[in-house]
Design a protein around this ligand. Structure first.
Ligand SMILES: *Cc1c(COP(=O)(O)O)cnc(C)c1O
Length: 382
């Protein structure tokens, strides 16, 4: 009998150790970790730089609250904002919190309350983020929900035009829907979003909780589109495994979040922020990001070669890769796990690969080999 609420469908594996891309369970069985704690362990497990960062800061100062100045937060902010059109940061503890901050900021700045979000999106589990999420299963039983959200199909410009009334404060979207199935925004739709925001004075919030911090091969995924978001939210990969969330915004928005308007006790504590500085310095190195792009291209190429002739379709960017299988993938994920490869589901029918950004070519080869021994067979048997 477990004393934990049964709100997670936990896999019956007890992982006790990790190094790089490899995790080991309590029985000594090793796995290639192509989940990375859901896009969190961006530098893999037990990265020496991060161990050092935790050690260093844990001896100095863990927590002081936001009653005091924070040069540590300033330094992380500078790293994140460098060479972007964004100018201000707010630090919190999770993706949902970052999105809550974003939606509060957008409402206060515009004086409007409607927020447009998209089907299959995922923005978190708090009341605001849950209402924003375009998946019924996330909301069931928790109503009445926070009102004023309008959820429309993704990549549907006609529906967007109809929804973009004068009441709209913001549009919130993922450039690639992670949980919802690794669904990319089309360039036509990005243009439609850009145009409608400009025309109607609607703020654009890009939720980069999963796609941000190098995951898609650039610092932020929006950089690969024509979008210039007013607000960007971050979390997952930002702390490399240490919990931290963040919201970035433009100069025009800054004054709206005056003293006392919004806050968090833990958010941006020196320990979390120090670790995140190490992560960001490491990943934002153009050479590192180039490697991510190369490994992504290589992985997709290798996947293509094992899936040629099958109906499976590869999608995604960087090291956020989906294999659309057109059938429920639960069984495949179990078989892959038995063979030592941990992967994730996205939507019902997509296998999602999220290796650490530090994954090696050899590890990609091993993972693809395991995928090749399971996936093509499924086509024949299904
Ligand atoms: C995971 C995720 C969230 C929620 O983050 P939490 O840290 O679990 O609150 C929000 N948005 C996106 C796009 C995510 O992938």
């Amino acid at each position: 009998m477990s004393s934990l609420f049964p709100n997670y469908a936990r896999r019956p594996i007890h992982l006790v150790e990790g190094k790089g891309t490899i995790v080991t369970d309590v029985n000594g069985k090793s796995y290639l970790d192509f989940i990375s704690g859901i896009a969190v362990n961006s530098l893999g497990h037990a990265h020496p730089t991060l161990i050092q960062a935790v050690e260093e800061q844990s001896r100095k100062l863990w927590h002081v609250s936001n009653l005091f100045e924070s040069p540590e937060q300033e330094r992380l902010a500078a790293l994140l904002l460098q060479d972007t059109h964004l100018s201000h940061m707010f630090f919190c503890n999770s993706g949902a919190e970052a999105n809550e901050a974003a939606m509060k900021l957008a409402r206060k700045f515009t004086g409007k309350h409607t927020i447009i979000t998209f089907e299959q999106s995922f923005h978190g589990r708090t009341f605001g983020a849950m209402a924003a999420t375009g998946q019924e299963k996330v909301k069931q039983g928790f109503g009445p929900l926070l009102p004023s959200f309008v959820t429309i199909p993704f990549n549907d410009s006609a529906r967007l035009a109809a929804a973009a009334t004068d009441e709209v404060a913001a549009i919130m979207l993922e450039v690639i829907q992670g949980e919802g199935g690794v669904n990319e925004i089309t360039s036509d739709f990005a243009k439609a979003i850009h145009d409608v925001c400009k025309e109607k004075g609607i703020l654009l919030i890009v939720d980069e909780v999963q796609t941000g911090i190098g995951r898609t091969g650039t610092r932020f995924a929006y950089e690969q589109t024509m979008l210039k978001p007013d607000i960007v939210t971050l979390a997952k990969g930002l702390g490399g495994g240490f919990p931290i969330g963040a919201m970035a915004g433009t100069t025009e928005l800054a004054e709206v979040f005056g003293p006392g308007t919004h806050g968090t006790t833990f958010g941006g504590n020196p320990l979390a922020v120090h670790v995140a500085q190490s992560v960001v310095r490491h990943i934002f190195d153009p050479l590192f990001l180039d490697e991510v792009k190369k490994k992504s291209a290589y992985m997709k190429e290798q996947l293509q070669s094992i899936l040629t002739g099958s109906p499976f379709v590869i999608k995604g960017r960087g090291l956020l890769v989906g294999i659309e299988c057109g059938m429920d993938v639960t069984l495949m994920i179990e078989l892959l796990q038995e063979k030592g490869l941990l992967v994730l589901q996205a939507g019902q029918t997509v296998i999602r690969l999220l290796p650490p950004l530090t994954v090696s070519v050899q590890e990609i080869d091993e993972a693809v080999e395991i995928l090749g021994s399971v996936l093509p067979k499924m086509v024949v048997t299904s």
